[in-house]
Design a protein around this ligand. Structure first.
Ligand SMILES: Nc1nc2c(c(=O)[nH]1)N[C@H]1C(S)=C(S)[C@@H](COP(=O)(O)O)O[C@H]1N2
Ligand SMILES: [Mo]
Length: 442
């Protein structure tokens, strides 16, 4: 198979889309632009109340974009459509999604327990029978696929008979950290107002997508594969965008993508994609399609709303048609502390946190306990690891009572360091700036 360059290939794919020469399963670019304009970008600047929120087309829920504590009832125990229990000390409900409170990761190990792993659902978790589950592979990029005949179906036993691989990888939403565009930079962005807990790291086990593709037979001119979920179609502002699906270049599909049936040594649970989900290491969470039911393999570039008008960067700093589709995640750091945590003065404390990057491992973390005036290295407990995070800690003995901002700043093996500010984009993806974590001494 000839390896193709993702960048040059995507340029071609994007030109076709912008020229209106392509449709994504009945959704045209024009429909999407109308939709984006209709939904608008809501102006939830600090202090704005929840009623300012409207449903943005890239996210299903009318969630407030601020972290305002008044906007949410205190005792929400369930999010619509999520099956597992959502204890309020572990999760913050955001529409159809549940964010992991970073403080709830304190004391957990490297791998995020399934009960604490964030959930991001466009609609609702479907509860599927593993016995009835089938994966259908079809499309013009398959050998032997002619006139809609020649699709191949696999069941879970077929998948389990293939060599199993185990891979530790983070799944992180591209919008993780989005609320800080507003609260730190005063910028209005649309979408779920995550703080930093739209990430988890798990040990995934399953079959290699490349083994499945080689077995069913891929043509030499295949360029894209598009996994699609079995959850309900996603309807936004009255437009039916179809089932959640996003194309992957064949080069990534053949590299390290897994069809996972286990998470942390147990069969997948419904909320995380049971019986089988796609895991695309290092890439934005949307690539890791849950409840996968079919995979189109195509000799033509494929489109879906999730690689055209969503999950690209739009805004003054980006080309008119948006950036290339988002792939690798950015660099972030988080303290395992609630916002507003209280510390006794003149006593020694140990602060803990985690840092991660889609570009490679994290090799250095610095912490500031004086609002950014001075920095010192944190003790990093884990080796830099691609697709994962590192845990770190630092001693702190606060002296004067009052409000303080704690800052953590990571540097990855690719040489990136978290900046002070992230260049804005309309949908609030890829916040990578240093987050100012407020605490109180006293
Ligand atoms: N079928 C399907 N797959 C999906 C989604 C979805 O709503 N439906 N959400 C995506 C998004 S945006 C993210 S960030 C991850 C979240 O995975 P998790 O819920 O297991 O944490 O799943 C992705 N896969
Ligand atoms: Mo996401």
């Amino acid at each position: 198979m000839t390896p193709i360059s993702e960048t040059s290939y995507d340029l071609r794919r994007r030109r076709q889309w912008l020229a209106g020469a392509a449709r994504a399963d009945g959704v045209s670019r024009r429909d999407l632009l109308t939709l984006l304009a209709a939904a608008g970008v809501f102006t939830a600047l600090p202090g704005a109340r929840a009623h300012a929120a409207t449903t943005a087309p890239n996210e299903p829920a009318a969630a407030p974009t601020t972290t305002s504590t008044t906007a949410r009832p205190a005792k929400v125990l369930a999010a619509p459509g999520i099956v597992k229990p959502l204890p309020p000390d572990v999760f913050t409900i955001r529409g159809t999604n549940a964010e992991t409170n970073f403080a709830a990761l304190r004391g957990t190990g490297y791998h995020t327990p399934v009960e604490r792993f964030f959930v991001r659902n466009h609609t609702a978790t479907p509860v599927l029978s593993a016995r009835d589950w089938r994966l259908r592979l079809w499309g013009s990029g398959l050998r032997g696929f002619v006139d809609h005949a020649g699709a191949v179906e696999l069941d879970l036993d077929d998948l389990r008979r293939l060599p199993a691989v185990t891979h530790t990888a983070a799944i992180e939403c591209a919008g993780n950290g989005r609320s800080f565009f507003t609260s730190q930079q005063g910028e209005a962005v649309s979408g779920t107002a995550w703080t930093l807990g739209a990430i988890g790291v798990a040990r995934w086990r399953g079959a290699r997508l490349s083994d499945v593709l080689r077995r069913v037979g891929v043509r030499r001119d295949a360029v894209d594969v598009m996994p699609r979920g079995l959850d309900d179609a996603y309807v936004s502002a009255g437009v039916d965008l179809g089932r959640v699906r996003r194309p992957l270049p064949l080069s990534k599909a053949l590299d390290d993508v897994i069809l996972a049936y286990e998470m942390n040594g147990e069969p997948l649970t419904p909320d995380h994609g049971a019986p089988v989900r796609v895991v695309v290491p290092s890439w934005v969470g949307i690539a890791s399609i849950k409840w996968v039911g079919d995979i189109e393999v195509s000799a033509q570039p494929l489109y879906s709303p999730w690689n055209t008008d969503f999950y690209r960067l739009f805004g003054p700093a980006y080309p008119a048609g948006g950036s290339a589709p988002l792939t690798r995640q950015t660099l972030k750091s988080a303290f395992e502390l609630p916002a507003g945590a209280r510390f006794a003065p003149r006593v020694g404390h140990r602060l803990h946190g985690r840092s991660w990057s889609g570009a490679g491992g994290v090799r250095r973390v610095e912490v500031s306990t004086d609002g950014g005036a001075s920095w010192r290295p944190a003790d990093v407990r884990d080796e830099p690891r691609r697709d994962g995070w590192v845990r770190w800690s630092v001693d702190w003995r606060p002296t004067r009572p009052g409000s303080v901002e704690l800052l953590a700043r990571a540097t990855d093996t690719a040489g990136n360091t978290q900046p002070e500010r992230t260049t804005a984009n309309a949908q609030g993806y890829f916040f990578d700036a240093v987050v100012r974590h407020p605490v109180t001494v006293g």
